[in-house]
Design a protein around this ligand. Sequence first.
Ligand SMILES: C[S@@+](CC[C@H](N)C(=O)[O-])C[C@H]1O[C@@H](n2cnc3c(N)ncnc32)[C@H](O)[C@@H]1O
Length: 279
Amino acid sequence: MAVDYSPASHYDRVTQAWQYLLGDELHYGVFDRGDEDLAEATGNLTRRMIDGAGLERGLTVLDVGCGTGAPACDLAERYGVEVVGITTSPVGVETATRRAAERGLSDRVRFELRDGTANGLPDESFDRVWVLESSHLMREREALVAECARVLRPGGRMVLCDVMRMREIPFQEVRRRTAEFAALRAAFGSARMDTMAQYVDLATANGLVVDMTEDLTAATLKTFEHWLGNAERYRDEATAALGAESLAEFEEGSRILDALWREGTLGYGIFSAAKPEGA
Ligand SMILES: C[S@@+](CC[C@H](N)C(=O)[O-])C[C@H]1O[C@@H](n2cnc3c(N)ncnc32)[C@H](O)[C@@H]1O
């Protein structure tokens, strides 16, 4: 039977196992010193997003691609914001809803099954839109950014970080490297990588003003050795949750990403953009 690499199926399949491999926060780490453990490093990335978002008590936040709900719960607990987290993965909604209830946050944090490219939420209904490493999974990138801009209140802010393409990849090269890209799709789901310039153009076309960008490629490089270390450390648990074949795909995908980072093909970036008052 053909494997379904759509993000919804992919995240239903991997969410449990990835908590061993990636941690509660399902995203890359930022290694500012270099000797952080993975949990501290993923926290560093979340903190970069918090700085970019300019969070204040009482603000409403839309978390597009909420994962296991860990970042949304942290934001509500530490910054007193209200969060609606959305994802296309039913397992993600279940896991995140359970987490919010366990942490006594159900009155301020809720999770819903919605697609970031057509979220169905009212216009101008959030103060902040938070897109932490989910945009690469939304091939309809134009629709994602348009939806983020639409639901933001004037004076609000969108903040996004993700894997980005650092150079053009000529068609001939894509053909030559089909096996590598197929291995990445098997390990991480179907994805589309854009450059920071493409993200900035899209945000601008939707009336947002990008006032912060940062290249985190070098700072995120160590993520892969930590993922591979966790695959060793939690081999039994991850195999039970994911199967030996998928775990091997995850390890191969991590090695390929490490090489793509080092050769300057893929990398990581963050930006923050304001929706002007009166927009
Ligand atoms: C790499 S995880 C990041 C999770 C979370 N933001 C974090 O940092 O811990 C990507 C998330 O995007 C979600 N996702 C993928 N496609 C989506 C879509 N079209 N709409 C909403 N969420 C989506 C996945 O289900 C998953 O929760």
